[in-house]
Every structure is written in structure tokens, then in C-alpha cells.
Ligand binder design. Structure first.
Ligand code: NAP
Length: 326
């Protein structure tokens, strides 16, 4: 079978396509023929060598993928050979033609999604769920501002909010979503549930504040805290919360802006999601009605061109969702 191997760290990290022996599933594991691998910004951070997670070289990168079950280990009764699934590995290793994954990290491919869309679910949807519900304490009456809503996590957050809304069938507080790229803006225009602000407009935070329910925003998901964190507390309602999802550096803020509204700031890390919780989130994704999820596939390239995809991941503020095909 083929594996993508990272052989050195750094800006010019060396990637090789190698032959490797096929793994066998152990107890509670399934073997999956991988048909699509979804890359996330964290995969590029790890390749840089400057990230907290620094696997020993050589290693197989990427966490997210989708494909078909080809073998079930002992004790596995919830999956069957031939079933299409998506997975979120707890540790890198998805960029291969065959993987072995514990069943707790695998779920049936939601109906109506392509295999490439399946590879876009794991990290973005688990992160968005955790940021909104677990860390952000989302309640159905909350107004939400997704600051950076055109990327994979932002899009997933919109999907979750629309899903929970539909389930609850109650009054709909505002969802405010920011876009900067033309493609992103076009994507958000197809989502009637959201009010859009353009984050390239220097006045966009005030505009977002005005789109709240009149008394400030209850919950903000922030994808670029290094630029904005100091300005967000002033947008919050009483007891409003900022959840930092993405951050590339330090920020300055005046804590009084939090004190005067009992506001709070917290951060989310995908790597702290409890395995049982992750299993439940993947199951929620798998069992939601058809049409609930709208993951955006960007560029699809063969595994042999992974270098292009990794360079694309770090080439600028805006990038497509990269998919590798083994
Ligand atoms: N904490 C965790 O566990 C965790 C997990 C997953 C991801 N993340 C982080 O979360 C962030 C988003 O991940 P992703 O996969 O959604 O990345 P992505 O697909 O690259 O999305 C990036 C988002 O940031 C927006 N953006 C770019 N420039 C901006 C600006 N000046 N002001 C406001 N927004 C701007 C982009 O909008 P336009 O392109 O429309 O400008 C886009 O919506 C990344 O930093 C990633 O590392 C963290």
C-alpha cells in the first residue's frame, strides 16, 4: 500500500510517497481503504516543526479521511465490510491508501455526501461543535457571531447552528457570519440563515455588533484572535462569551471590557476532546437528516502531489479545502 511520509520538518519539509506493508485491524478496529484525505491548517503547523505536536520522523500526516471498510477486527459488530465511512484519527496517519482506525473514531458517511465531502467532516465539525456547545455553552436563544465563517470550521459552525435550530423549532436569534474572500462571500450568500459582514471592511466589527439582538452578541467564535481579541469584548452582551478557535500570536485587551458585562474568553483545542464525546459527535454527524451538512471541497489532488497541497495550506490568509486522493 502507499503512504505519504514526512521525512523532515520545516518550511521545505520533505514528503515522500512510499510503499509500506498493509496494517491489520486489532480488537475494536477497522481497516479502511482510504479514498479521500482532508487537510486542515493543523497539518501544516505540524509539518513546520514548530507545533506542540511533533511526531517522530518519518510519520504519516493528516487526521481526516473517508473511504470503505475492507476488514473488521475482532469484537467489531457496528460496521461491515463494504460500508462507506469517514474518520477522524486521534493522531496523524490518514494520508495513506489503507488505515486502521479504532471504531470510536469512525462513523458512516452521511447520506448524500460525496467521499471527498466526508473527508472534510472530522476536524472542522468536531471543533465547531466543541467550540459552540461544550466550551461556548451555546443556548438556543443565543445570538452568535462566527468571525471567519467561510472556512471549514466556520462553515461547520453554521451547519450545526442550523441543525440545532431546526431540531428545536423555536425563535431564531441572529447568526452573524463574516467573509473576506469573494468565493467565501458567494458561499455565505447561499445561507439565508446568516447576516453577513465583510471582514476586509475596517468597520465590520461595529456592523456585526449592530446585527446582534440589540444588547450585544451572546457568543463569538474567533478564527484569528491575534488580530481581533482585544476588540471583541465590547461586542458582547451581558454574560457573553468569546471562544478562540484560531490564533497565531499574542493580543492586547483591556480586561475592564469583560468585567463590565461579566464577559468571558475561553479557547478550544480539538486535542482535548474526550474520546467518548468525539464518538458522540461523529455519531450525530452520521445520523443527521440528509442535507444537514454542507462541507466545501476545494482542490482535489493525488497523494503524489501532496507537496502542492501543503504549500497551498500556508500560502495566504485564504485557501481552499485541500483533499488528497490516494
Ligand atoms: N482550536 C482547534 O482545535 C482548531 C481546530 C481546527 C482549526 N483551528 C484553527 O481555526 C482556524 C480556522 O480553521 P479552518 O480550517 O476553518 O481554516 P480556513 O478554512 O483556512 O478558514 C480561515 C477563515 O479565516 C477567515 N479570515 C481570513 N482572513 C481574515 C481576516 N482578516 N479577518 C477575519 N477572518 C479572516 C477566512 O475568511 P476569507 O477566506 O473569506 O477571508 C476563513 O473564513 C485556523 O486558524 C485553524 O488553525 C483550530
Amino acid at each position: 500500500m502507499k503512504i505519504l511520509a514526512v521525512e523532515s520538518y520545516g518550511q521545505n519539509a520533505e514528503l515522500s510517497l512510499l510503499e509500506a506493508p498493509e496494517p491489520s485491524p486489532g480488537q475494536g478496529e477497522v481497516k479502511i481503504q482510504v479514498e479521500a484525505v482532508g487537510l486542515n491548517p493543523v497539518d501544516a503547523y505540524i509539518l513546520s516543526g514548530n507545533y506542540a505536536l511533533r511526531p517522530e520522523l518519518p510519520f504519516v500526516p493528516a487526521f481526516d479521511g473517508a473511504g470503505e471498510i475492507v476488514e473488521c477486527g475482532s469484537g467489531v459488530s457496528s460496521f461491515e465490510i463494504g460500508q462507506k465511512v469517514f474518520f477522524l484519527r486521534p493522531y496523524p496517519g490518514a494520508a495513506a491508501s489503507m488505515v486502521v482506525v479504532p471504531t470510536a473514531c469512525v462513523a458512516p458517511l452521511p447520506r448524500g455526501l460525496s467521499i471527498e465531502q466526508g473527508a472534510c467532516l472530522g476536524i472542522p465539525y468536531t471543533t465547531a461543535y466543541t467550540a459552540l456547545k461544550k466550551v461556548g455553552g451555546w443556548q438556543s436563544a443565543d445570538s452568535v457571531f462566527i468571525h471567519g465563517a467561510t472556512g471549514a470550521v466556520g462553515g461547520a459552525a453554521i451547519d450545526w447552528l442550523e441543525f440545532w435550530r431546526d431540531n428545536k423549532n423555536d425563535a431564531h436569534p441572529p447568526i452573524i457570519a463574516s467573509a473576506g474572500s469573494r468565493e467565501g462571500l458567494e458561499r455565505l450568500l447561499t445561507r439565508p440563515s446568516v447576516s453577513i459582514v465583510d471582514h476586509r471592511d475596517p468597520d465590520h466589527l461595529s456592523q456585526a455588533g449592530r446585527l446582534g439582538n440589540g444588547e450585544g452578541i451572546d457568543l463569538i467564535l474567533e478564527m484569528n484572535a491575534h488580530w481581533y481579541l482585544g476588540k471583541l469584548p465590547n461586542l458582547l452582551a451581558k454574560e457573553g462569551r468569546v471562544v478562540v478557535v484560531g490564533n497565531q500570536g499574542s493580543a492586547v485587551l483591556n480586561a475592564r471590557d469583560l468585567m463590565v458585562r461579566h464577559g468571558s474568553i475561553s479557547g478550544v483545542s480539538l486535542f482535548l476532546v474526550d474520546p467518548e464525546e468525539r464518538k458522540e459527535i461523529l455519531s450525530d454527524i452520521a445520523t443527521a437528516p440528509m442535507g444537514t451538512w454542507n462541507p466545501e471541497v476545494g482542490e482535489v489532488v493525488p497523494l503524489a502531489q501532496a507537496g502542492k497541497a501543503f504549500r497551498g495550506l500556508t500560502s495566504g490568509e485564504t485557501h481552499p479545502k485541500w483533499i488528497l486522493k490516494p
